[in-house]
Ligand binder design. Structure first.
Ligand SMILES: [Zn+2]
Length: 413
């Protein structure tokens, strides 16, 4: 099973927007760009919403059938580890092996020593075409092994655990994005060496980049530095594929890639220049489009959207806690519940919709609502029936968000 050059990961908390999401991919195809849709959902999300991994597979299959999609599509067990993978095994065909927690854990001294010996030929001047020439010492290789070897070994354990249950016909991704520091090109190079040593046929790798990849809002950081890291990573991956016999379609995966409008231009330029592929994983941006659609629909839809805000504000600390490292909310910029309750549907939609040029757009409110999906989950049937009643308003916003604000600037222009 081989992942195509361009793939796009879509999350859907409440499992009602599969068709509207796929429509954005169909629009791309009609515009001449082939993108493989990947539906992804993490264990954390399943637990908060009260869904199971099989329901995501069902949603993907249903959407594909309804729209007559004839190309490939995938279902991603997002950020799984050994403790959570089992119920994803049969219904997923893309596995994001999350080893963030193991970064910095020590491998055994003998494993570290044999890693350094095995890759000793790179000690000296190492030229990574496109990224530069690096002075590599034995201590450098050892330092990378000390920080990352155990994490990659952990990925190997998860990978083999999945293979035992379903064979090796699936797409493995190794994710290292949920960690403190970006990986340097040298670190990336030796991480890929370790991945090859472990026998993981990784097709995507999610590194950590500099800057903040907050959920649902634009990138915060140095765009030039990001562009350099992105280009260095592309060059390092291309070189490592030939050095370590990794899958020739191995590519970068960008997590929390939705809404990062200010880095789409450098990404698009780099892909054009190098011919490389990419996997872009969007965060819960579709859930926010549901709220926008409900608000625009008025009536009960708008009432729900307002209630979700009021409840999210009331339970802000608890809702934000699991997402503390990926949101930055300034409390002083959050409107009072009474203020939001006085808004029209249009005002609500404009405050929430990610249109940076709209003076009403409020990124603090947007981040709070991003983590507020638990409130909607607790509404249960009331929320689900509103999704049905306001389907036209919701699906229009879901498709337009992915197509106009994401796929077009990333892959088209
Ligand atoms: Zn991630």
């Amino acid at each position: 099973m081989k992942l195509e050059k361009y793939s796009f990961g879509m999350g859907d908390r409440f499992l009602h927007q599969g068709k509207a999401q796929l429509q954005a991919i169909v629009n791309a195809k009609n515009a001449g760009v082939d993108i493989t849709p990947v539906w992804n959902k993490s264990n954390r999300e399943h637990e908060i919403v009260g869904t199971n991994p099989g329901s995501l597979r069902q949603e993907a299959d249903d959407a594909v059938r309804a729209l007559g999609w004839e190309s490939n599509y995938r279902v991603d067990a997002d950020h799984i580890n050994l403790a959570t993978v089992d119920r994803f095994v049969q219904c997923s065909d893309f596995f994001t092996l999350d080893v963030g927690d193991a970064i910095g854990e020590a491998a055994t001294d003998s494993d570290i020593a044999s890693f350094v010996d095995r890759h000793g030929r790179y000690i000296g001047d190492l030229n990574i075409p496109g990224a530069g020439t690096f002075k590599v010492t034995r201590a450098n290789v050892e330092a990378v092994a000390k920080t990352f070897l155990k994490a990659v070994q952990t990925a190997g354990v998860i990978y083999r655990h999945i293979v035992e249950q379903r064979g090796s016909d699936f797409i493995p991704e190794v994710s290292m994005d949920e960690t403190a520091n970006p990986q340097t090109p040298l670190e990336m190079f030796f991480i890929l060496a370790a991945i090859a040593d472990e026998g993981i046929p990784a097709q995507t790798i999610a590194p950590k980049f500099n800057g903040r990849f907050n959920k649902g809002v634009d990138y915060v950081g140095n765009v030039e530095q990001f562009e350099k890291e992105f280009n260095d990573d592309l060059a390092t991956i291309a070189f490592a594929i030939s050095e370590f016999k990794l899958p020739d379609n191995l590519k970068l995966s960008i997590h929390s890639g939705s809404d990062k409008f200010s880095i789409y231009r450098p990404i698009r330029d780099a892909l054009r220049r190098t011919g490389a592929g990419v996997h872009v994983k969007t965060a819960g941006t579709t859930w926010l489009e549901e709220l926008i659609g409900l608000a625009e629909g008025g009536g009960e839809g708008l009432a729900i959207a307002k209630e979700v805000y009021a409840q999210s504000l009331a339970h802000k600390d608890a809702l934000c806690k699991p997402y503390a490292t990926v949101i930055d909310i300034d409390d002083d910029r959050l409107p009072a519940a009474a203020t939001v309750n006085s808004w029209t549907g249009e005002e609500y939609a404009r405050a929430l919709r990610h249109n940076p040029t709209d003076p009403l757009y409020n990124l603090h409110l947007r981040q709070l609502l991003h983590v507020g999906y638990k409130v909607a989950a607790q509404m249960g049937e009331r929320y689900y029936s509103a999704l049905g009643e306001y389907e036209t308003d919701v699906s229009r916003n879901v498709t337009e968000n992915l197509w106009v604000r994401h796929i077009k600037p990333l892959f088209i222009d």
